[in-house]
Design a protein around this ligand. Sequence first.
Ligand code: KG4
Length: 333
Amino acid sequence: MEKDILTLGIESSCDETSVAIVKNGREVLSNVIDTQIPIHEKYGGVVPEIASRNHIEAISRVTKKALKDANIKLEQIDAITPTYGPGLVGALLVGVSYAKALSFANNIPLVGVNHIQGHIAANYITYKELRPPFICIMMSGGNTQIIYVKEYTKFEVLGKTRDDAIGEAFDKVARVVGLGYPGGPKVDSLAKQGEPNIDLPKTHFDQDTLDFSFSGIKTAVINLHHKNPEIDKANLCASFQKTVTETLMGNVIKAMQKTNIKTIALAGGVSANSYIRNEFMKLEKKGIKIYMPDLKLCTDNAAMIASAGYYNYIKGKRDNMSLNAIPNLKLDQ
Ligand code: KG4
């Protein structure tokens, strides 16, 4: 029998300090998430400098708890796998520096992980049978991309947003209609009480591209609300959700036609959205296989990073003490 591989994932790219221990890329032994949402709530968004300071305060405590929860000693860990991009540079640096220190002091291999690769890997934890190739629609606060996952560590970005990320648009809509931060979950629940009966614009690019744009619809919602403050907020949220979902699905269908792949995985914080999940599930009736991470694995967490770290590790990726935070790290570079 082959030896089990234990990876210790570290996530600090935005406002969650998280450390997790995962066995063989799929089995979560612990996943400690220390969220800063209540700290940033009063500013209406993440304040980068405050995020970095809070990561520094949390990282050691969170790591100790992750080892304790998993009942694992540091010496048993095969690789330390931190997120090194994309994300906020100061926040990323905390996780990367801590990982380098752990690796150096304990002589454990260091293996950097791309945050987006982590979001994709959240699906491997939820579905033990899922293997590449598949198409991933990655939707978060900082990214919106359609990714052709060719192998565990090989990706082609087929399309991406040309302006706002979809999560950013959700958060902005929520702020304008007075729902607070983070807006995505609040838009999701208010939309359930409304009807999608308001016409909102969709940006169309030429036939060949799988790129997105969400700034037009975001501005349209803001303008509608400013011109008519009495507008039904639930209907506005429901209409916004319906329109962006149609845009997402349209491009995913194009990606399937382009690649001839009929397996779709959702990823990123916005994949927790109940309307988006329901609409994608309807595609199963057409013979398309849909995967979506457990709700607790959609938003930032280190278990998904440890899973991706495992696949990088078994592929032979190793980093050294020059590993640095790369705020705009690309998936397919
Ligand atoms: O993946 P994530 O935790 O962080 C990034 O890596 O960006 O995503 C955070 C984003 C936020 O914009 C948040 O509003 C959105 O995910 N989000 C949702 C829902 N839950 C979180 N958006 C829509 N519906 C939800 N239920």
